[in-house]
Design a binder for this molecule. Sequence first.
Ligand code: NAG
Length: 319
Amino acid sequence: MGNLDSSGGFQQSGHSHALLLLLLLASGAEAFRICAFNAQRLTLPKVAREPVMDTLVLILARCDIMVLQEVVDPTGSAIPLLLRELNRLDDSGPYSSLSSPLLGRSTYKEKYVYIYRSHKTQVLDSYVYDDKDDLFAREPFVGQFSLPSKVLPSLVLVPLHTTPKAVEMELNALYDVFLDASQHWQSKDVILLGDFNADCGSLTQKRLDSLVLRTQAGFQWAIADGVDTTVRASTHCTYDRIVLHGERCQGLLRSAAAFHFPRSFGLTEEEALNISDHYPVEVELNRAGHRLPCLSLATVLLPSLLLLPLLPPQLGLVA
Ligand SMILES: *[C@@H]1O[C@H](CO)[C@@H](O)[C@H](O)[C@H]1NC(C)=O
């Protein structure tokens, strides 16, 4: 596998630099991507299979912070192996990881794992939510991260993988986790994310609409109802979600989508299901607010854009 480009694969040469600059102008500066992925029973034997590893590396390399869920790894060696291969195959790292303890009520336990580009972001602090009333099958492993943005120097992440049996209760309890984390770090800028099972057989539209996270003002459900986050052609459910809170955080939102990795990587449904039955979900944050960049960036870059055709290719800008 060749080197990957975190920005999504611009491998430009010579005269296409002008096009690249135009794209940059259109999209603003480089974005910061936060992802959540239910990697479906991620074990060491699964990670060690080459097609699985290769695809996971490609998925992870898209993200500045990834929240992996359903990591079932009692030996604790799946993530170090994954991280080693990610750092070997992708040069836009280095990447680091932070795992929660194994969480679960029975012998079946899962971990949440953050994988992040450590030259762009750092874990400032983290804790497992104190789930006194045992409301969660897998209580959120909340983290505070630094961000390369003057507008928003830090951000709180609240991941959750609900159990399909108690989606409504867990998602209402998630509001209390939001309050707890928000108070803990004195921050309104919080992203709640993960496989909420918030659709289809697990949660009716009526119950979804009556969740506290829906009725309370201030929460933006970036992955909207109707987005398919499932791999199977026979299912169409918005299980995986990203919810933004805080004006600064919401002001930086550039895009939100499920990442259709089978289509992007040319995998059949069967091959894709060997990775997961879920798509990753992703949000892109701008580094600066919406009001600033467009005009000022154009003013700065326009002269160089006009000069580009005059330059020999090897002197052109490097992406
Ligand atoms: C899925 O993984 C299994 C176990 O490694 C393998 O035998 C099978 O061929 C894979 N299926 C596809 C379609 O890649």
